[in-house]
Design a binder for this molecule. Structure first.
Ligand code: PYR
Length: 308
């Protein structure tokens, strides 16, 4: 497995470390536009391999080194700062994604791409349009992060291990995200046997605010430990062909009555990327919420001239 991480800021560095520690890649390419940054971080990580086991690691600014990557993670772009929404980043980051996509496709055609740059759903769509890769190869990472935050909050509230809490958050990676509370269980027991409606509503509200809360604490950046854990979960699922059902920002072509945008939905992930899109699980009300959120994302896509 050859994995490339583009952008080695906080998220890119954290996920690179997980890739080396997990021993999942034969080769890891760390690429950043800033001269020396990827080289320095790669050298630092190389020094961990006598302790952690061998992965061939290279830091670079040259896209030629990414040739024939199995998986490419795009984390490059500006992060949110205090007072900003993820959408405030759209124009600047769309330019960056556009350039990266052009460069990726010079040297790759089969890579599975995990997009992490915000605003997540418009940037996933942008990557799809600019690479021209089949949609099964383009996956936006947000749903697994939002789901992890939702499950952790439920665990704190119920005082039950997060490992036994099974939730799913779909929709956009913004305040319109949709935690599927009616489908959430604790080892198969419905959530409403543990929490009342008011408590559940409060958890949903807190889930939506999780990312912003971290931005406010840090003052000059956004979350990276949990995002890197969620990215690694997706990498592992692809690398081991695990066929897991994950919440992934996916380009839709009429599913749920939505097309021409990417938005978070549950999909089956395996070695080919998005292998199946099961569709029968959403009730009418949730489907309408998803459609409304998709309309909003398309407005951003339109401003970036990637709508079609
Ligand atoms: C988050 O922490 O939710 C980001 O989008 C970075």
């Amino acid at each position: 497995m050859k994995i490339t991480v583009i952008g080695v800021g906080n998220v890119g560095s954290a996920v690179s470390q997980r890739i080396v520690n997990g021993g999942i890649a034969r080769e890891l390419i760390m690429l950043d536009a800033i001269e020396g940054l990827a080289k320095g971080k790669a050298l630092d990580l190389q020094h961990t391999t006598p302790i952690k086991g061998e992965t061939k690691i290279k830091g670079t600014t040259n896209y030629r080194d990414t040739k024939n990557s199995d998986i490419i993670v795009i984390t490059a772009g500006k992060p949110r700062k205090e007072g900003m929404t993820r959408d405030d980043l759209a124009k600047g980051n769309a330019e960056i994604i556009s350039q990266i996509s052009q460069n990726i496709k010079k040297y790759n055609s089969k890579s599975k791409i995990i997009v992490v740059t915000n605003p997540l759903d418009p940037m996933t769509w942008q990557t799809y349009k600019k690479t021209g890769f089949p949609r099964k190869q383009i996956m936006g990472m947000a749903g697994e992060l939002d789901t992890a935050r939702y499950e952790k909050l439920l665990s704190k509230k119920t005082k039950i291990s997060p490992e036994d809490i099974h939730g799913l958050v779909i929709g956009p990676h913004n305040k319109s995200m949709i935690p599927l509370t009616e489908n959430t269980t604790i080892r198969g027991i419905p959530l409403n046997k543990f929490l009342n409606q008011k408590q559940t509503k409060e958890i949903v509200k807190e889930t939506k605010k999780s990312g912003k809360k971290i931005v406010n604490y840090l003052q000059n950046g956004s979350a990276y430990h949990a995002p890197s854990a969620a990215i690694y979960k997706m990498i592992k699922t692809i690398a081991r062909d695990e066929k897991r059902l994950l919440s992934v920002s996916t380009v839709l072509k009429g599913e749920y009555g939505i097309k021409n945008t990417a938005i978070g939905i549950p999909v089956i992930i395996g070695k080919d990327g998005i292998e199946k899109i099961p569709q029968k699980h959403l009730n009418q009300k949730t489907k309408q919420k998803l459609q409304k959120a998709a309309k909003e994302i398309k407005k951003t896509n339109k401003k970036l001239n990637t709508n079609q």
